[in-house]
Design a protein around this ligand. Structure first.
Ligand SMILES: *Cc1c(COP(=O)(O)O)cnc(C)c1O
Length: 356
């Protein structure tokens, strides 16, 4: 990684150079899409991906309230309106059964999230989108390398987005993200938008602007580091699955909801998230035993102060609200040793028994 970084310093090419171009190809291949467009962050990948898919002012985008704030923020940045539907409590993803009730003549797109590293139900979502002529942009920030029916996330929808934030399954040494697509038109528009809307409008495309765009380019240092780490991401995701199996085995029989990996999916366990009513007490007991845990996410977005203008209130999305009050993510990263996994299991078992 250090030598990859140093070679960037020597090359003098610092933004969207050869490493970014190769990374786009390599990540697109891993995720099963034709094209990749490297940008500054996962958030920008959403903004640019949504814009390239045709979402703009006044459009409605159906999405989940139980996700990281960027999913909603990206819709708002475009002057479009997030319309929430509740989640399926078995996998915390958008519940397709609620979508059709929320479609209006302003609905432009669906924005499902592959939360915690497990694919949303892309088969059913595609049927709904087809029936109503909607675009689908998937927020895959937590799901690089995951699969649905044997295909990577980039094979589904009009756009899928990734984040290379350092804590993600493929993380850089700073910010980064990518929009994936199989559409040449979306690809070209996204490439233009990330670079101030620069494009070929019948003259030398340098300093010729076809769109009002963004300044959102991946830097070569991140791209070089990400290319080195990308070679390991499959094996890291496998290790996460191995850890998840040990956790599931070791925590069976406790009054605790464990994650369910649907048979049609390859879950990459960005998070290993359990659920119980006394969530905060469990977190405190784990902390007293030296085990870290975290809540993703403590507040569903329809109750966040910044989004009160959307007009939602408590009770509107009961499954999302319940999940936000009950979920807890246990330590999950490929570097966890076999012994540490056993220590976590023992600590959770002892803590839950003290609570019941
Ligand atoms: C991390 C994340 C993002 C945003 O990615 P950044 O690179 O931090 O901008 C968006 N959506 C989800 C679900 C995420 O987890």
């Amino acid at each position: 990684m250090a030598s990859a970084g140093l070679s960037v310093l020597d090359s003098g090419s610092f933004v969207l150079g050869p490493n970014a171009a190769e990374l786009e190809k390599e990540v697109a291949e891993l995720c099963g899409s034709k094209y990749g467009v490297a940008v500054n962050s996962g958030t920008d990948a959403l903004v640019i991906g949504l814009a390239a898919a045709g979402v703009g002012p006044g459009d409605e985008v159906i999405t989940t309230p139980f996700t990281f704030v960027a999913t909603t923020e990206a819709i708002m940045m475009l002057g479009a309106k997030p319309v929430y539907v509740d989640i399926d409590p078995s996998n915390y993803n958008l519940d397709p059964a609620h979508i059709e009730d929320s479609i209006t003549d302003k609905t432009k797109a669906l924005l499902p999230v592959h939360l915690y590293g497990q694919c949303a139900d892309a088969t059913v979502l595609a049927e709904i989108a087809d029936r109503h002529g909607l675009k689908i942009v998937y927020d895959g920030a937590q799901a690089i390398g995951s699969e649905h029916r044997g295909l990577g996330i980039g094979a589904y929808g009009d756009v899928s987005t990734l984040s290379f934030y350092p804590t993600k399954n493929l993380g850089g040494c700073g910010d980064g993200g990518m929009a994936l697509t199989n559409s040449e038109d979306i690809y070209k528009l996204a490439r233009s938008l990330r670079f101030h809307g620069q494009g070929d409008i019948g003259r030398d495309s340098t300093y010729a602007y076809e769109h009002v765009g963004y300044c959102s380019r991946l830097d070569e240092f991140q791209a070089a580091v990400l290319r080195v780490k990308l070679r390991h991401v499959r094996e890291w995701n496998k290790r996460r699955n191995w850890i998840a199996e040990r956790y599931i085995d070791g925590l069976k029989g406790l009054p605790l909801q464990l994650p369910v990996s649907k048979p049609e999916n390859y879950h990459i366990y960005h998070q290993f998230t359990v659920r119980l009513e006394q969530r905060d007490q469990l977190a405190a007991k784990l902390s007293a035993r030296g085990i870290g845990s975290k809540v993703f996410y403590p507040s569903p977005l329809h109750l966040e102060y910044a989004y009160t203008s959307l007009g939602y209130k408590r009770g509107d999305f009961p499954e999302a609200e319940k999940a936000a009050a009950q979920v807890l993510s246990l330590p999950m990263f490929p570097e966890l040793t076999d012994e540490e996994v056993q220590v976590v299991i023992a600590a959770v078992r002892d803590s839950v028994k003290e609570l019941s």
